[in-house]
Design a protein around this ligand. Structure first.
Ligand code: PPS
Ligand code: MG
Ligand code: MG
Ligand code: MG
Length: 309
């Protein structure tokens, strides 16, 4: 059996079940009113439920593996959390083989509180990445990765709204980046929300590179998927504030997907993303993803625009 085959199977099962929970929440709780009122309560239910499902399934197979997960159970506790807790509990128990009680639910969610670090095995989980995309019925994903001694060894992304290539439905296929030798022919993707990645800087970089195609704006780590399978060629995540630190769960699974599909992931200084420093990428700024043939040219343009400021 290949290395990490069991981990891979368990992670895929966990992400599939969590993705089903997210879809149930969308079908039952998100209405047009939710979007109009910018009501975040459905995504809150889905975030907690997805984290509980993944953490529980990981625990059943790997009880000693710590988890760096985005959410914590604070707002589900006590009388004030009862209504939310009940909703989450019934959703979680609808997809788990062995139902949890209230306390087990809270403990399971809080198994995601590991501080991270440079030694040993740990999982990192984004129970819903692209929360805004989820509410709009657009792109979001459940992102899970296994980090060993600071390096990402396995990544699984569940993307329920991401269209499958119609030429190869339901098949397991190896994906790869599109072959590209000149950045001017490239298309790039970026966050939908400008507060997560500077659209203005991206436009300047694109213009320096001679890119004429409009940006592909998409929520979540689906951007990594889009580049990994050749739907787009470049992913730019350009810092908006000097003090924001990227979370490891927002990048770990996407990062290994790109590397295994033949691409390069770095920060804006061309440094590899360092997953060994805790819950955030403390020493990195932004993210630049591209085919190895053009990554250097993209970095040059990024630096001309950003370092000049
Ligand atoms: N200031 C700032 N800069 C960069 N990133 C930030 C910032 N604030 C939040 N976040 C994180 O962005 C995650 C969503 O990123 P996306 O690229 O999916 O954003 S977007 O929905 O396309 O706008 C989002 O992940 P989720 O909370 O899982 O949706 C956040 O972890
Ligand atoms: Mg996220
Ligand atoms: Mg999230
Ligand atoms: Mg979040």
């Amino acid at each position: 059996m290949s290395a990490l085959a069991i981990e891979r199977a368990v992670a895929i099962n966990a992400v599939l079940r969590a993705s089903k929970v997210c879809q149930k929440v969308f079908q039952n709780l998100v209405t047009s009113d939710t979007v109009i009122k910018k009501d975040r309560s459905p995504v809150t239910v889905a975030d907690f439920s997805s984290q509980a499902v993944v953490n529980r399934i990981l625990y059943e197979s790997f009880p000693n593996d710590p988890i760096v997960g985005e959410e914590e159970s604070g707002s589900l506790r006590g009388d004030s959390g009862k209504e939310l807790r009940n909703k989450v509990l019934s959703l979680v128990n609808s997809v788990l083989d062995t139902p949890l009680n209230d306390n087990e639910l809270l403990e399971t969610i809080d198994r995601g509180n590991f501080p991270g670090g440079s030694s040993g095995r740990m999982w990192t989980l984004d129970p819903i990445d692209g929360t805004m995309g989820f509410i709009r019925g657009e792109q979001f994903c459940v992102g899970l990765a296994l980090i060993i001694d600071g390096d990402v060894h396995l990544g699984v992304l569940g993307c329920p709204n991401f269209p499958v290539d119609l030429k190869a439905p339901e098949e397991e296929t190896q994906i790869c980046l599109a072959d590209i030798s000149s950045p001017s022919a490239a298309s790039f993707c970026e966050s939908v929300v400008a507060a997560h990645s500077s659209h203005g800087d991206a436009a300047k970089i694109a213009s320096l590179l001679g890119i004429t195609k409009p940006p592909l704006r998409m929520d979540s780590m689906c951007k990594y998927c889009a580049v990994a399978r050749g739907d787009a060629d470049i992913y730019l995540r350009l810092p908006v504030s000097i003090d924001y630190e990227e979370n490891i769960w927002d990048h770990a699974a996407g990062c290994i997907l790109i590397k295994e599909a033949g691409g390069v992931v770095s920060d804006i200084y061309n440094k590899p993303l360092d997953f060994s420093l805790g819950r955030t990428l403390k020493t990195n700024k932004g993210v630049v993803v591209a085919h190895s043939k053009i990554h250097g040219q993209v970095i040059d343009a990024v630096q001309q625009v950003i370092l000049k400021k």
